[in-house]
Design a protein around this ligand. Structure first.
Ligand SMILES: [Zn+2]
Ligand SMILES: [Zn+2]
Length: 176
């Protein structure tokens, strides 16, 4: 994790933010660029494909994977250059394949949701950010199928249907 309070003096760029990456990325190119996408850090700790594989084999960062990576501190400008040099660019064909596969995947999920919950019968939905609920409402001609097939409780009083995510992460309020 980069630390803006931790400045480094780079030979090339002068005073900069300190960032961390495996030693191979510092001088290498085309090694792949792996980093966590979970936090908001602009410069998350990064490593190449090899170090990432070792880290996964080890089940995380431990003495073995850290020794292989031998993490170095570099300035944030050098971090950006290393990222550009090491990222493996996707070919146009691979990109098109990814797009169509993603599209098909999402379409299938949409069909599943329509089949399971008949969501197209509802006039509207609202997202209750604090509760982490999607609330479908205004359905004409309610049938009990939805109530039986899902853990989502039908709200008799308000004539709405409440869908709570099974994933705890969705309860996190988006920070941006
Ligand atoms: Zn490495
Ligand atoms: Zn630098």
């Amino acid at each position: 994790m980069s630390d803006e309070t931790k400045t480094v003096i780079c030979d090339v760029h002068g005073d900069s933010i300190g960032t961390y990456m495996c030693r191979h990325l510092v001088r290498g190119s085309g090694l792949g660029f792996y980093c966590s996408a979970e936090d908001d850090d602009e410069y998350p700790d990064a490593c190449g494909a090899n170090c990432n594989e070792i880290m996964e084999q080890e089940g995380g960062w431990n003495d073995t994977s850290e020794a292989a990576a031998s993490i170095a501190i570099v300035c944030h400008h050098c971090y950006e250059s290393a990222k550009l040099r090491n990222q493996i660019k996707m070919s146009e064909d691979d990109w098109q394949t990814l797009l169509s596969e993603s599209h098909r995947y999402l379409k299938e999920r949409m069909c599943d949701v329509e089949d399971q919950y008949d969501i197209l019968k509802y006039d509207r939905f609202d997202f209750d950010e604090n509760a982490g609920h999607l609330v479908f409402s205004g359905m004409v001609g309610w049938n009990s199928k939805q109530n039986a097939s899902t853990s989502a409780p039908y709200q008799q009083k308000t004539n709405t249907w409440l869908w709570s995510w099974g994933n705890d992460a969705s309860r996190k309020i988006p920070e941006r």
